[in-house]
Design a protein around this ligand. Sequence first.
Ligand SMILES: NC(=O)c1ccc[n+]([C@@H]2O[C@H](COP(=O)([O-])OP(=O)(O)OC[C@H]3O[C@@H](n4cnc5c(N)ncnc54)[C@H](O)[C@@H]3O)[C@@H](O)[C@H]2O)c1
Length: 383
Amino acid sequence: MTRRSIGIIVNGVTGRMGYRQHLVRSLLALREQGGLALDDGTRIWPEPILVGRDETRLRAVAERHGLTDWTTDLTAALARDDAEIYFDAQVTQQREKAIRQAIDAGKHIYTEKPLAESSAGAWELVRAADAAGIRTGVVQDKLFLPGLRKLKRLIDGGFFGRILSVRGEFGYWVFEGDWQPAQRPSWNYRAEDGGGIVMDMFPHWQYVLEELFAPVRAVTCVAATHVPQRVDEAGRPYPATADDAAYGIFELDGGIIAALNSSWTTRVHRDELVEFHVDGTEGSAVAGLRRCRVQHRAVTPKPVWNPDLPATEDFRAQWTEVPDNEEFDNGFKVQWEAFLRHVVTGSPFTWDFLAGARGVQLAELGLRSAREGRRVEVPELSR
Ligand SMILES: NC(=O)c1ccc[n+]([C@@H]2O[C@H](COP(=O)([O-])OP(=O)(O)OC[C@H]3O[C@@H](n4cnc5c(N)ncnc54)[C@H](O)[C@@H]3O)[C@@H](O)[C@H]2O)c1
């Protein structure tokens, strides 16, 4: 067995995503399984180079996992020949600058979403990466959720007939931080620090809608800051200047209408933190993170509107669970595996910087729609 080591700079490794999903659940999980096997028997072996701002926290992460390669000097890490990939899970606002530096250093680049803070910035990165001839990738983890994989299977199998509409609910209550600590970092609630739910969630909705259903051609969005004051990690009150809820209508090719609510200011009365309800002429489905339930045309009951009587039917019980029929691995890890194969063998990888730029574009146009109070068309973004 040949082992192919690959140095990966992991920047932002002390953050929620960088640590849990990317370092522990993806790169270290790959090492635990003996590396990533290629068809010729070679095993790709990730060698993380941890990068961050705080020496104490970096050392703590490294020691917890028996790692020794860490530094607070990004420039020095980028100068190393054995570092082939730069990965970015920093706060969004720091991303563009760091990616630019990594492009100049000739590294292949994988990054959390959103790729940049603006379409113009994202497009610049697409161009610079193309010119440098490097391989790029942007995290699109929701595509690999078991619930959405099962939904995709239904679509590919023709279950829905003609798809009419998608209704999505994403969200939960994020504590304000006063009498209970907030469960998300405070920068998310400050526009000046790159926060806001539109910039956070619309990049996800863009690839989910396009890959499962059809490209988005127009967006209408109302964004709100329902909770105007929050308390940060240090217990200091701050004005919440970013949108914490977004009510979006997306018009897709083929006449499909998607209405997706995203909110950090709603209390959950659902089975999962995100759910998509898809209606088609032949059947409907409700897909969440893990589950997917269906109701076919042939078994659709006929409710009759009568507000004078209590509901007699158990509507939820009228749906059938879609079986897994396969094992679903962690979505972040699955995408890492595809990206590592892409870098080492040149195998196809569709979720590149251009795909990431489409997500930023939809978020930017969503914000414009909200600001100007109107429907905004989404121009095709291609090279
Ligand atoms: N794919 C997903 O589902 C998903 C979910 C949440 C967040 N994200 C994305 O991941 C990125 C990180 O989000 P997170 O929730 O892990 O955030 P976080 O605040 O937990 O972590 C941010 C990281 O950036 C570092 N950092 C670098 N410069 C900084 C600065 N000037 N100020 C503050 N921190 C700085 C921090 O040290 C930390 O390691 C964001 O771009 C976010 O959009 C993606």
